[in-house]
Design a protein around this ligand. Structure first.
Ligand SMILES: [Fe+2]
Ligand SMILES: [Fe+2]
Length: 159
């Protein structure tokens, strides 16, 4: 980012980078867990539909980590380089898949819990960046909108 681009950020940039990095780690962990659950879920006829939704949502989370990485780099930071540091860097830890891959409901509940955590994280980031860093703000509003959709999609599987 150039001189003026940096000047307009009215936030502690190191702190903002650290917060974006925590969200970046959450996204990788969610993408991995959703992808994994999408690969192993079996059991009911509905498991095929759940697998497809998990794999599709995993792609959204991968897109989020990429968008966050771009913003972190443009702010002069570096995304987490060491994959073994993702859990400790994250806000919410690893959304560990339920041991029973036939437990449709436990899988859906695990995703809903992770999505609610993400909504809290991005809602906080929206408030922090509003009027202070329009580019990061736009990004976190966009991601928040998708996390809200994810929660809704998985909640509707339970009803
Ligand atoms: Fe996400
Ligand atoms: Fe999500």
């Amino acid at each position: 980012m150039g001189t003026k681009g940096k000047q307009i950020v009215e936030l502690d940039v190191a702190e903002l980078i650290a917060e974006l990095n925590r969200a970046y780690a959450d996204e990788w962990l969610a993408a991995y867990a959703y992808n994994y659950m999408g690969q192993v879920v079996t059991g009911r006829p509905a498991a095929k539909q759940l697998a497809a939704l998990l794999l599709d949502t995993s792609k959204d989370e991968l897109e989020h980590q990429q968008e966050l990485a771009e913003r972190i780099v443009s702010l002069g930071g570096k995304p987490v380089a060491d994959v073994s540091k993702l859990v400790e860097t994250s806000n919410d830890g690893y959304p560990t898949p339920p041991a029973n891959e036939k437990d449709f409901e436990a899988i859906v509940r695990k995703v809903i819990e992770a999505e609610r955590g993400a909504i809290e994280v991005y809602n906080r980031l929206c408030a922090r960046t509003e009027g202070k860093d329009p580019i990061s703000h736009c990004l976190v509003v966009h991601i928040l909108g998708e996390e809200v959709e994810h929660e809704d999609e998985f909640e509707s599987l339970l009803s």
